[in-house]
Design a protein around this ligand. Structure first.
Ligand SMILES: NC(=O)c1ccc[n+]([C@@H]2O[C@H](COP(=O)([O-])OP(=O)(O)OC[C@H]3O[C@@H](n4cnc5c(N)ncnc54)[C@H](O)[C@@H]3O)[C@@H](O)[C@H]2O)c1
Length: 428
């Protein structure tokens, strides 16, 4: 280990006595400098007392599509960065299909990891990761940022008061929003399942995680699921629709809510997906990137509406819905208890005890994912300091439970589709 490098011992980051160049606690390598990688690296850059960014890897540096941040080494592939960077921890924000391999390699190098979800694209990959983590004894913290958001922390605290009695059912609906869904699950990274994993695993491991948190980590005993790709198929294209929006007739585009010009130029709510967000850059996106393609002609197969029903050993029923065709982007949750109900929509929490007056709570929220994107970095630093292999193993095992439920739900969905009019049910 070179002189300027702090030593990590069992997770505790120590600075050698001759270290003079930096007072930071955790030195990270960022693998994948897309939206997520930039958010985490941005937090580290802004909190240089606690973090230093040793290196960043992304092939877009080579293509000139990304500007290299000053003061850190830049690589074009995650493997080279892991090999050469002098780091204590890795932030893995790569495309889903690379998560498992990169995480195993980082663990083999003794690094702690903040790993974006999904942890793997199959349950088999998840178990390989678990074995590697148990062998390495390092931290693998999953990017379940909603757990760290002020809103969801408050919601869980309200739930834990027991005010609504025993929980009998939870209905949770993920409204993806038609624009975001067209961007991510039709035109973009997750439009084809073979590129990574299913929409449910990709998008809703967050929600399986919240449900596991609300139900105190219990595993459901039965799972059923139905879902499929709706609407974004060639047979639903308007007559004469062109492969790219800019080549479509003006009247066709005017009637199409998924028109790329409307989504990327007229509106700015999806621009955060891109490193460059000017009108000029967006025009190029619409003209020549995959995001300018007609939603009916993307060759996509990702499911865009799905329902999962889970039954727990004590009879608790949980319904998780995922829907692309929504005007808003939000999560709606209803908790039904024997003494009242709670409704939450990501902004408000309404507690309605039976026979009592409802009360509304509006938690203060700041930042992306309600502050969760930054809070998770704080938690990551705290956990690295803790140096507890037993705790690290428990953290990953708990995170894997939500993946387990998601993969089981997918199994149930595929089973049902294959079996025609079947019972649609799987033992979990
Ligand atoms: N926790 C959350 O709320 C949340 C939200 C969105 C995405 N995600 C997850 O984060 C991950 C990244 O998503 P994103 O939206 O930032 O995607 P993105 O496409 O913006 O970023 C991925 C980056 O990885 C780079 N990359 C590809 N191959 C590489 C390689 N061999 N070496 C180094 N870099 C490589 C790409 O060029 C790209 O810049 C995904 O797994 C996604 O599922 C999590």
């Amino acid at each position: 280990m070179d002189a300027g490098r702090r030593a990590v011992s069992g997770g505790r980051v120590r600075r050698p006595s001759n270290a003079t160049t930096s007072s930071c606690e955790v030195r990270i390598v960022v693998l994948g400098y897309g939206i997520r990688g930039r958010i985490y690296a941005g937090y580290a850059f802004a909190h240089a007392d606690k973090w230093s960014v040793a290196a960043i890897a992304d092939p877009l540096f080579a293509a000139g599509a990304l500007a290299a941040p000053p003061g850190c080494a830049v690589f074009h592939d995650w493997r080279e960065a892991l090999e050469k960077a002098d780091a204590d921890a890795a932030i893995i924000a790569l495309p889903d299909r690379l998560h498992c391999e990169a995480a195993q390699a980082a663990l083999a190098r003794g690094l702690h990891i903040l790993l974006e979800k999904p942890l793997g694209c199959s349950w088999e990959e998840c178990t390989r990761l678990r074995d590697a983590q148990h062998a390495a004894g390092r931290l693998v913290l999953t990017g379940y940022v909603l757990r760290f958001a002020a809103f969801y922390r408050r919601l869980r605290a309200v739930l834990r008061t027991g005010e609504i009695g025993s929980l009998v059912a939870i209905n949770h609906l993920v409204e993806i929003g038609y624009g975001k869904a067209a961007h991510a699950f039709c035109r973009g990274n997750w439009g084809r399942e073979e590129a990574g994993t299913s929409t449910l695993v990709q998008k809703c491991t967050h929600d399986f995680d919240l449900i596991a948190w609300w139900t105190l980590g219990r595993r459901p005993s039965q799972i059923s699921s139905f879902g499929s790709l709706a609407h974004w198929k060639p047979e639903n294209a308007p007559a004469g629709a062109a492969p790219r929006c800019l080549d479509c007739a003006a009247s066709t585009r005017a009637a199409c809510p998924f028109d790329a010009v409307k989504l990327y130029l007229d509106d700015d709510s999806l621009r955060y997906h891109f490193a460059e967000r000017t009108d000029e850059a967006m025009r190029r996106v619409v003209e020549s990137s995959p995001y300018g393609r007609c939603v009916y002609h993307c060759g996509n197969d990702a499911v865009n509406r799905q329902t999962v029903v889970m039954e727990y050993p004590d009879g608790l029923l949980v319904t998780l819905g995922m829907q692309a065709f929504t005007a808003k982007r939000r999560r709606l949750t209803s908790f039904y208890g024997t003494r009242g109900e709670i409704f939450a929509d990501g902004t408000r929490i309404v507690v309605s005890p039976f026979g009592g007056a409802p009360r509304e709570i509006v938690p203060e929220q700041h930042g992306a994912h309600g502050g969760g994107d930054h809070e998770i970095m704080e938690e990551f630093a705290r956990l690295v300091e803790k140096a507890s292999p037993a705790r690290y193993a428990a953290i990953l095992d708990a995170a894997l439970e939500s993946h387990y439920a998601a993969f089981k739900a997918e199994e149930a969905r595929c089973f049902c589709r294959g079996a025609g009019a079947c019972a649609g049910r799987r033992q979990a």
